[in-house]
Write a protein that binds this ligand. Structure first.
Ligand SMILES: [Zn+2]
Ligand SMILES: [Zn+2]
Length: 241
């Protein structure tokens, strides 16, 4: 059942918005305007991996643990991202999330998997749960689609419905760093605890800013006896101060 959902999503990602619309509305590269695809190979190469990431939150920096992580009690064991939330990668994520362009998912999850450290020995892939009211607005959840894609590339099981928002929370956009942590603290619950006990888990999302939501997911998973929790996002937004 769970595998079927992943498969269905991936088929959808391949087929979505293709076909006749392609003939009537051809795609132009979001980076350079070249006709053909939403991103051309040259512009895709512009997305650079994050070098020397903070071992905990994955932000680019010099030492092993960054300035923010020293003060925060992050519940996950490490985070990585496909690149910074800027330029062409940001454009691709926005197209995926708000223009329903599931067909570019594959390019994004390929970048994500490249950022995974080899010492993360993952048993199971989960997605950050979509907000309760967001699924009615959109055709699919980007975190679920990316989770399905990443698990497929890694040949790992994917469960899309183990985590759930326990209560409605204000959207993080517009909130400050500490407010974001307060906002989501204790807001996520684990539905089937047996599935994650003693497991090493990878949580997938589209963008990580402070890590507050990922940390709330990790906290719930750790309380339900998950062994390790790592986070992989398409992009890392480091613009919030
Ligand atoms: Zn281009
Ligand atoms: Zn850090």
């Amino acid at each position: 059942m769970l595998r079927n959902v992943a498969k269905l999503l991936l088929t959808f990602a391949k087929e979505a918005t293709k076909g006749i619309t392609e003939l009537i509305f051809p795609d132009f590269c979001l980076g350079c305007g070249l006709r053909g695809e939403l991103v051309c190979d040259n512009c895709l190469k512009e997305i650079k991996p994050i070098n020397n990431p903070c071992q905990l939150c994955g932000a680019p920096q010099e030492g092993p643990i960054c300035y923010y992580c020293r003060d925060l009690n992050l519940s996950f064991d490490g985070a990585r991202a496909g690149g910074l939330y800027e330029g062409i990668l940001r454009e691709l994520i926005l197209a995926l999330k708000f223009r329903g362009r599931a067909d570019i998912g594959e390019k994004i999850w390929q970048l994500m998997v490249k950022a995974l450290p080899s010492y993360w020995q993952i048993d199971l892939v989960l997605a950050v749960p979509p907000h309760r009211n967001s699924l009615s607005e959109r055709v699919f959840s980007s975190s679920v689609l990316l989770g399905a894609g990443v698990s497929h590339l890694l040949s790992l099981p994917f469960h899309h419905s183990i985590l759930r928002w326990k209560k409605e929370v204000v959207r993080q956009v517009g909130l400050g760093r500490m407010e974001r942590f307060r906002n989501v603290r204790g807001a996520i619950e684990v539905i089937s605890k047996e599935e994650i006990r003693d497991k090493k888990i990878l949580i997938v999302d589209d963008v990580m800013t402070t890590g507050a939501t990922a940390s709330a997911c990790a906290e719930a998973l750790k309380r339900a006896k998950a062994k390790r929790v790592w986070v992989l996002t398409a992009a890392r937004d480091i613009t919030l101060k």
